[in-house]
Design a protein around this ligand. Structure first.
Ligand SMILES: [Zn+2]
Ligand SMILES: [Zn+2]
Length: 343
């Protein structure tokens, strides 16, 4: 089969790769669409250490089943599917309790690190175990279904924080995941939702996608938040979707006493932490990793339009031209959001 392989850091070849060989519990998927993720960009240049070449990346995909392993039941050739990016064991304590994202056996499609190498979906075919499959309705295009993975991350981030109907929320970072988080909050019944970013174009998109207010990131954000939500103490929750010092500080400074902060972004391994504010204001901080069972809900949210993804697609391109699109995204000059590659 043809595949887009990262052959060395910052170097791609669109070339022949070995056809995947199916285990009994796996299905072969003819890939129809696969989105380029921010983590692929941070991987291609070696900065994350999670895409050690050679690797076929790609974990945000959808396609149709081309072949099923001998033990696969309930799925057939031609079925339209998407799949979780995380392969989990299903047997350990974490998996049994529904926290599949915390499975010690967890590995991610399109990732190669010191522990494992698992090829992903920037290829004509990809194989996945049947237990991570999710059917997609005929009304949802493959391009939109490829968003199930990032949408599930946004849903999980919102599910991690206590949120009551009408609660106010601040979203720090209006990149792709942030814009999905804004919509996930609204879909779950949040009241006033405020998006914060440095980029005016992203803020305009946040407003278009349902945010009630948009603020340019700066020192006055916590004060502006208090005015907008009408509480002199701050918003009920904040979701931090960047992951570095100043934005964590903003997320913490924007919530009321007893409020909650969901941490989705993790650009930096370590950040300064305003301990006293968290202790004396009795704030709760929640980490949020990937998703844990939100996949079906993600597909449903895309299908119903509760979460809109079309405005987030910057380009759809041939997989053969993938290397150029990776380079463009790496330079990050054009404010591109999601680029989807099609074999
Ligand atoms: Zn991703
Ligand atoms: Zn497990």
């Amino acid at each position: 089969m043809k595949a887009l392989t990262l052959t060395a850091y910052n170097q791609f070849e669109f070339q022949d790769a070995p056809d995947p060989v199916l285990e009994d519990n796996e299905v072969l998927i003819r890939v129809k669409a696969c989105g380029i993720c921010g983590s692929d960009i941070h991987g291609m240049d070696g900065s994350s250490g999670r895409r050690i070449p050679p690797i076929i990346m790609g974990h945000e995909a959808a396609g149709e089943i081309a072949q099923t392993g001998s033990a696969v039941e309930g799925w057939a050739e031609g079925d339209r599917v998407t799949f979780d990016s995380t392969v989990y064991c299903g047997k350990c304590e974490s998996c049994q309790s529904g926290q599949i994202n915390l499975c010690p056996e967890r590995n991610v499609l399109g990732v190669s690190c010191d522990d494992y190498r698992r090829h992903g979906a920037f290829a004509e075919y990809v194989k996945v175990p049947e237990h991570i499959l999710c059917a997609i309705p005929d009304s949802v295009s493959y391009e939109h279904a490829a968003f199930a993975e990032p949408v599930s991350i946004a849903l999980h981030g919102v599910n991690r924080v206590p949120l009551k109907e009408g609660d106010s929320a601040v979203v720090i970072g209006a990149g792709l995941i942030g814009l999905l988080v804004v919509q996930a909050l609204k879909a779950k019944g949040a009241g006033t939702v405020i998006a914060v970013d440095l980029d005016e174009k992203r803020l305009a998109l946040a407003l278009e996608l349902g945010a009630d207010a948009a603020l340019v990131s700066g020192d006055d954000v916590p004060q502006r938040v208090r005015e907008i939500v009408g509480n002199p103490d701050g918003a009920d929750v904040s979701l931090e979707v960047v992951g570095f010092g100043p934005t964590i500080q903003l997320a913490i400074d924007s919530v009321r006493k007893g409020g909650s902060i969901g941490c989705v972004g993790n650009l930096k391994a370590e950040v300064p932490f305003p301990l006293q504010a968290v202790v004396t204001r009795e704030l709760s901080v929640y980490g949020s990793c990937a998703s844990a069972g939100e996949y079906g809900d993600a597909v449903e949210a895309v299908a119903s339009g509760a979460i809109q993804v079309e405005p987030l697609i910057s380009a759809t391109a041939d997989l053969a031209d993938g290397g150029e699109w990776f380079a463009k995204l790496h330079k990050n000059e054009e404010g591109l959001m999601k680029v989807i590659l099609k074999p």
